[in-house]
Ligand binder design. Structure first.
Ligand SMILES: Cc1cc2nc3c(=O)[nH]c(=O)nc-3n(C[C@H](O)[C@H](O)[C@H](O)COP(=O)(O)OP(=O)(O)OC[C@H]3O[C@@H](n4cnc5c(N)ncnc54)[C@H](O)[C@@H]3O)c2cc1C
Length: 300
């Protein structure tokens, strides 16, 4: 893709940063992924809207990402434009119990804002390393909380660029699922919380951080839990029972600390990770009859 393809976009959004041939391993928590033909880095909702409408109008293949903490880009890269929304990150309190957050706001920053405003209900999200847009898309959750419980509404563009504001109840939330598709663009979300005690909120956040530190391989690149929780049991327990803790393909490894995590133990390729995940699924299926489904979004 020639940089000249984007000349028209420079007229619409002159300040928009575009990098050509940017390695996606620099933008994903796995530290894996080849170059994107173009990486667009909007810093405001208006730049994001301009980028989205330009890409749609010109029919350019594109992919919207947040903070890249649940993604695996291929080693050969992405032959289109990646729109990274993490720079579109304003968040503010609205009225008594709402927080309005742009899609790229980090879950952690919203949790800190909620704590400062003495609003309870978002403590679970403090340690999830993604953005609000990614959190809504994935219905991210942890320690008994999930986005489905707190998203009051979301503003989003459909594949034809039409804008919608949908109530949380209309977003089809289920376990690590919403009705959004990768052709949709979530611009912002309103998060409804409840009045709480600042100290209790801070204490709960600290307790959950400690639990995470104790149980997860946070010192190694990963994309969090590699597989969704199956209907029966836990992915980590099934993988452990199948004797796969520490199992390795190239630089990809099933974490010794938490068998639900696939880590980049050093120099992993996307191919290593995919082969390892396929092998884990096959062995677990044979061992326990349970079919694991990837939680990580694999871009092909
Ligand atoms: C160490 C670690 C711990 C983790 N712990 C948890 C956990 O406890 N619970 C949990 O649920 N997840 C966890 N994750 C996974 C990940 O953080 C979540 O899935 C998170 O919600 C992804 O957000 P993101 O901004 O990084 O999205 P990305 O990974 O960038 O994208 C994920 C999906 O969301 C879509 N998307 C992102 N932004 C938008 C937007 N604005 N509009 C439309 N689509 C969008 C992308 O197209 C993609 O399909 C963890 C990951 C790591 C690395």
């Amino acid at each position: 893709m020639q940089p000249s393809v984007f000349l028209g976009l420079a007229e619409l959004a002159p300040e928009l940063e575009i990098r050509f041939g940017e390695p996606m391993k620099n933008h994903t928590s796995f530290r894996v992924g080849g170059p994107a033909a173009a990486l667009l880095l909007p810093k405001s909702v208006s730049e994001l809207r301009a980028a989205a409408s330009f890409l749609r109008r010109e029919g350019i293949k594109h992919y919207v990402m947040g903070n890249g903490t649940n993604l695996l880009f291929p080693d050969e890269g992405y032959d289109g434009a990646v729109v990274k929304t993490a720079g579109v990150s304003a968040a503010e309190r609205e009225g008594e119990t709402l927080i309005c957050a742009e899609c790229g706001a980090s879950m952690a920053s919203v949790a800190v804002l909620a704590r400062r405003a003495c609003l309870a209900g978002f403590e679970f999200a403090h340690g999830i390393p993604g953005s609000v847009g990614g959190g809504v898309f994935m219905n991210a959750g942890a320690y008994g909380g999930e986005m489905a419980e707190v998203v009051s509404s979301a503003v989003w563009l459909d594949k034809d660029g039409r804008e919608h504001e949908s109530a949380g109840a209309e977003l089809g939330f289920a376990y690590r699922h919403s009705n959004f598709t990768e052709a949709d663009l979530i611009l912002s979300a309103r998060i409804r919380l409840r009045p709480g005690d600042g100290e209790a909120i801070a204490a709960r956040m600290a307790e959950l951080s400690e639990k995470r530190r104790a149980s997860q391989p946070l010192d190694k690149p990963s994309a969090g839990s590699a597989f969704k929780r199956p209907k029966t049991g836990y992915a980590a327990a099934l993988i452990d029972e199948a004797g796969l803790k520490g199992f390795r393909v190239g630089g990809a490894q099933v974490s010794e600390k938490h068998a639900g995590f696939v880590i980049n133990a050093g120099g992993a390729t996307a191919e290593d990770i995919i082969r390892l995940m396929d092998e884990v699924r096959a062995v677990v299926l044979k061992n326990s009859g349970v079919e694991l489904e990837p939680e990580i979004r694999i871009i092909r």
